[in-house]
Design a protein around this ligand. Structure first.
Ligand SMILES: NC(=O)C1=CN([C@@H]2O[C@H](COP(=O)(O)OP(=O)(O)OC[C@H]3O[C@@H](n4cnc5c(N)ncnc54)[C@H](OP(=O)(O)O)[C@@H]3O)[C@@H](O)[C@H]2O)C=CC1
Ligand SMILES: CC(=O)C(=O)O
Ligand SMILES: [Mg+2]
Length: 761
């Protein structure tokens, strides 16, 4: 979490931002979606009474049919009693709920596994076990989470015996798998043989014990391993604070403290608490030590301190804001994906080892561009700062589940084997919407080349908060247009510090007004404006002032729109900024999360009724934008008419646009004119076998501004996912609008997208 420092690595999110995110909109991070139509009486009869009786009877006759007729096969329960919430200790079931909701969200985001969090308010093992076991029929798997040792070992063991679905304590095995993968690679890089590597494990709880067990299974030797807990080294004969799981790893040694244990050790493997490792201890370790400080949210030692004590060390933490994030998010979504897809009865040792090896192998391979783009500009190559794949690596979904599924089949626990694993891997890649990864890559590439972004409405509270978040995230320098005393008062009232790293510019007092006025007058003198009109605009209109800053190269990008109508903002921006030479300015709205996909809609901003040439230009621009976001464009030029079924002037312009695209020989799929049914629905498209779209369209070019705007605003209101934009495309300088009801996070996102546009030039 944050300390308010300006180092973007340590100050990426503040406590205020985290709380605001969780409280915004519908509180929490989850909601339920219905996957079948429930519109008509017939729908109700099919999905509910009387229709629902049929699957009930089928399942009664054959319990395995539950996988065919219910959510069971894709549904995991994330279950906790909150006795070891991250490294924060026993916070209780309710206080652990944000973590459990987070894990459910990660299951969905990274592996399309559905889930629910179950926070069970008991520390009694029998009560906990009974609660989970009797809920079993609803789920395809149980992910136990943040339950402290040693109870977690008993709970997991008992549930594994009682239930016929995978029961997997993620803090134990997920962490062990991911950490083992990282350690295999760190040892490889430092020329160490696992069998001779000296390991000191700090922490003797859930994660640590499972980690030691897996590392032993992978070839590490008992005599080379020392385990420490709050009482120091776990040695043969120790009685204080012991249990049978610690005893199994007790060493014959004279070392009694962590510092003594670490003398000459190769690896520090921390799964304990913040600050447990000192620089002095690091200095006592072997040359090129391996330091895994995996406690969350704060590691046993900060990477900066570890590096200062041992410049050659390979360092990993559980956090996403340092290189080498060893976190179980790299494991559990994919391990369950593979286990669910073969209906595994359990997750066994072979499946765990397969996952660890697949993960280690992936880190050694060439890193694709989209992953590199997400790495803040550092080209990732297998090495000390890249021993484990990035959490946003899109290859994880097609690599880990097949490895786990194969191991399940090979070890005889798969009840629904997959015959074609290559086909399975291809299908897995298609389960995720690439937009999310692409957006992450965009954000990270801006962090690598931070920009100066002007926030025209600099006195607005939301804008001030967004500017602080933008700076904290390392995206660049925000420039707030407004009166300095007002902005500072807002900063003070909101407790956001002194505005260090944020520029405040009062347009009236700026040294640049004369220059901007000249610039504007040169452009506008033959468009009806007098010099004094230009003076007034620069002095009084913050949008125009901001646009002049960007147009004259004194800032990289601008955003506005929170307090002014779109048409007004577009006019203001257009006074100083033109479309890019040979291009067309248009609006692009991304509709995200619609059945797991993204649909791009254009033109949602500029042209009321485009000409045929303009339709063609918009199609080219929108297709290019879709491709940059990781989507292979399939462009449909929409109309109420399909392939000449109804003749009208508007329809003709669209038909002509298709002919223009034919003439240009563009490198993407397109066709039209067509209705949305044909664009999006395979059965309709089958009526037109000559249609050139090979799948449902993902870029929809609308016949006019009205239909584009109505569609993009209607769909999210009716529950059809979220939207990003409209984004202004095709300008010679970057300017973006935020919606009037934008949240602080949305403003930061749009500002970052604006900054990113300047990287593409
Ligand atoms: N990076 C990742 O992906 C993951 C990280 N973790 C982190 O690992 C840590 C442990 O989690 P978990 O195993 O679930 O928790 P547990 O409660 O099961 O275990 C905690 C262990 O840490 C030991 N410990 C506490 N303080 C110290 C100390 N100062 N020195 C040495 N040992 C200490 C405890 O010792 P004693 O037995 O004496 O009480 C106990 O053995 C947490 O910080 C958690 O966030 C966990 C899972 C995944
Ligand atoms: C990551 C995780 O599961 C933990 O820190 O507990
Ligand atoms: Mg955990």
């Amino acid at each position: 979490m944050t300390n308010g420092s300006s180092d973007p690595r340590t100050a990426r999110v503040s406590a205020e931002e985290a709380l605001a995110l969780h409280a915004s909109g519908r509180p929490g991070k989850l909601e339920t979606r219905i996957s079948k139509p429930l519109t008509t009486a017939r729908d109700l009869s099919l999905a509910y009474s009387p229709g629902v009786a049929e699957p009930c009877l089928r399942i009664h006759r054959d319990p395995a049919a539950a996988y065919d007729y219910t959510t069971k096969g894709n549904m995991v329960a994330v279950v906790s009693n909150g006795t070891a919430v991250l490294g924060l200790g026993n916070l209780g079931a309710l206080a652990g709920k944000p973590v459990m909701e987070g894990k459910v969200a990660l299951f969905k985001r990274f592996a399309d596994v559905d889930g629910i969090d179950l926070c069970i308010s008991t520390e009694n093992i029998d009560e906990f076990v009974n609660c989970v076991r009797y809920l079993g029929p609803s789920f395809g798997g149980i992910n136990l989470e943040d339950i402290k040792a040693p109870e977690c070992f008993v709970i997991e063991q008992r549930l594994r015996e009682l239930m016929d679905i995978p029961v997997f304590h993620d803090d134990q095995h997920g962490t062990a798998i991911v950490a083992a993968a990282g350690l295999i690679n760190a040892c490889h890089l430092t020329g160490r043989d696992l069998a001779r590597t000296k390991l000191v494990v700090n922490g003797a709880g859930a994660a640590a014990i499972a980690g030691v067990e897996l590392l032993k299974a992978l070839g590490m030797r008992q005599e080379n391993i020392l385990l420490c807990d709050t009482k120091g080294v776990v040695y043969q004969g120790r009685t204080e604070g012991m249990n049978q799981w610690k005893s199994a790893h007790a060493a014959t040694t004279s070392a009694r403290t962590l510092a003594e244990a670490l003398e000459g050790a190769d690896v520090f493997f921390g799964l304990s608490v913040k600050g447990a490792l000192t620089q002095e201890m690091v200095r006592g370790m072997a040359a090129r030590p391996i330091i895994f400080a995996l406690a969350n949210p704060d590691p046993e030692i900060t990477p900066e301190a570890a590096r200062a004590a041992s410049p050659e060390a390979i360092i990993a933490t559980g956090r996403s804001d340092y290189p080498n994030q060893v976190n179980n998010v790299l494991g559990f979504p994919y391990i369950f994906r593979g286990a669910l897809d073969v209906r595994a009865s359990t997750i066994n040792e072979r499946m765990k080892i397969a996952a660890a090896q697949a993960l280690a192998q992936l880190a050694r391979e060439d890193v694709p561009d989209e992953v590199n783009a997400a790495a803040a500009g550092n080209r990732l190559r297998f090495g000390p700062d890249y021993i484990i794949p990035n959490a946003f690596d899109p290859r994880l979904i097609s690599r880990l589940p097949p490895a786990v599924a194969k191991a399940a089949m090979d070890s005889g626990v798969a009840r629904h084997p997959i015959t074609d694993l290559r086909k399975y891997a291809r299908e897995l890649s298609g389960r995720l919407d690439p937009t999310a990864n692409a957006l992450d890559a965009i954000m990270e590439s801006v962090r690598a080349e931070p920009r100066r972004v002007v926030f025209a409405e600099g006195e607005e509270e939301k804008i001030v908060r967004a500017a602080v978040a933008f700076r904290n995230a390392g995206y660049g320098t925000p420039v707030l247009i407004g009166q300095e005393d007002r902005v500072r008062a807002t900063l003070a009232t909101l407790g956001l510090g002194d505005g260090n790293g944020i520029e405040i510019l009062n347009a009236r007092l700026s040294q640049s007004t004369a220059r901007y006025t000249d610039f504007l007058y040169q452009r506008q003198q033959r468009r009806g404006l007098l010099l004094r009109d230009c003076q007034r605009l620069v002095n009084q209109n913050r949008n125009v002032f901001a646009a002049c800053m960007v147009a004259t190269g004194e800032a990289d990008a601008m955003i506005t729109g929170l307090t002014r109508a779109t048409s007004v903002c577009l006019e203001d921006i257009g006074r100083a900024i033109d479309p890019a030479p040979g291009g067309i300015a248009f609006g692009l709205t991304l509709m995200v999360g619609i059945r797991g996909a993204t649909i791009f809609i254009a033109d949602t901003l500029v042209h009321f009724r485009p000409s045929a040439e303009q339709f063609a230009d918009i199609a080219v621009g929108a297709a290019a934008a879709a491709r940059r976001l990781g989507h292979e464009p399939r462009v449909a030029l929409l109309s109420y008419s399909t392939f000449g079924s109804q003749i009208s002037a508007a329809g003709n312009a669209i038909r002509d646009a298709v002919a223009i695209l034919d003439g240009r020989g563009v490198d993407f799929e397109y066709d039209g004119e067509m209705s949305p049914d044909v664009a999006l629905d395979e059965s309709y498209r089958a009526l037109y076998p000559f249609c050139r779209l090979t799948g449902p369209a993902n870029v929809l070019i609308m016949p006019g501004l009205h239909s584009a705007l109505i569609t993009s605003r209607l769909a999210p209101r009716l529950g059809g996912g979220g939207t990003i934009g409209p984004l202004i495309m095709g300008l010679s300088h970057a300017a973006q609008l935020v919606p009037m009801d934008a949240t602080v996070s949305q403003i930061v996102d749009i500002a970052t997208l604006a900054a990113h546009q300047t990287l593409q030039r």
